[in-house]
Write a new protein. Structure first.
Length: 221
């Protein structure tokens, strides 16, 4: 397909459902016969979170949602179990709860240098599986270098907040679309899909978007 289906995905790099949704969507792309072009957009689930949150993800959930630690642990266990069904390993005992704005700035840097898809995967795996810190510039620069980005250029861009306006623009667009949670997929500017839906749902949306492109409007006589 010379004109790929365009998919814009709003997500956060510390959103467990975003990683699960990513895997389900990737499975859909493998099943879809045409070409798909993906762009990741920024959505900060908790912009007020400190870079170094004092406590565990369970503590964070308990405080933010006003639930007991036991309830929070049940939520963590449930999402970890679902992650396993799509081949992901979540290790919440290692996770560093943090502020993600710099990670989003870095994703825009990576987009400008043709490495956004690779970096998105690297950040998610670093956060959920490896227990790496994704809120500090030096740690992010290390991860960026692992996918082939220039470390010094990354450090400079993050220090100068070169791509912060792009993060804010994504957030403003999310607000305009009425996006209140992530992941959120906008397919060919026609369909919005909220949440980590099943692969079949994504395949159907991709096929429908492609089919509608092929419809030639009938001119009024």
């Amino acid at each position: 397909m010379s004109n790929p289906i365009d998919v814009q995905i709003w997500s956060d790099v510390q959103c467990p459902w975003c990683y699960i949704g990513k895997r389900k969507f990737e499975a859909a792309v493998e099943q879809y016969p045409g070409e798909v072009r993906v762009t990741y957009r920024s959505f900060e689930l908790a912009p007020d979170t400190p870079v170094d949150f004092e406590g565990s993800p369970v503590d964070y959930l308990s405080q933010r949602k006003g639930i007991s630690p036991e309830q929070a642990q049940m939520m963590v266990d449930r999402v970890s179990g679902i992650a396993e069904t799509v081949g992901l390993e979540y290790h919440y005992d290692r996770i560093h709860q943090t502020n993600t704005v710099l990670a989003h700035e870095l994703l825009h840097f990576a987009k400008a240098h043709g490495k956004q898809v690779e970096l998105k995967e690297r950040l998610l795996r670093a956060y959920f599986t490896e227990g790496r810190h994704i809120g500090r510039a030096d740690d992010l620069a290390d991860l960026a270098a692992e996918v082939g980005l220039d470390r010094e250029a990354v450090v400079a861009a993050l220090a100068e907040h070169t791509y912060l306006p792009d993060v804010k623009a994504d957030m403003a667009q999310a607000l305009a679309y009425g996006i209140q949670g992530v992941p959120f997929f906008v397919i060919d500017d026609r369909y919005g899909i909220s949440g980590a839906q099943e692969t079949a749902t994504f395949v159907a949306a991709l096929r429908q978007a492609a089919a509608e492109r092929d419809v030639v409007p009938v001119e009024a006589s």
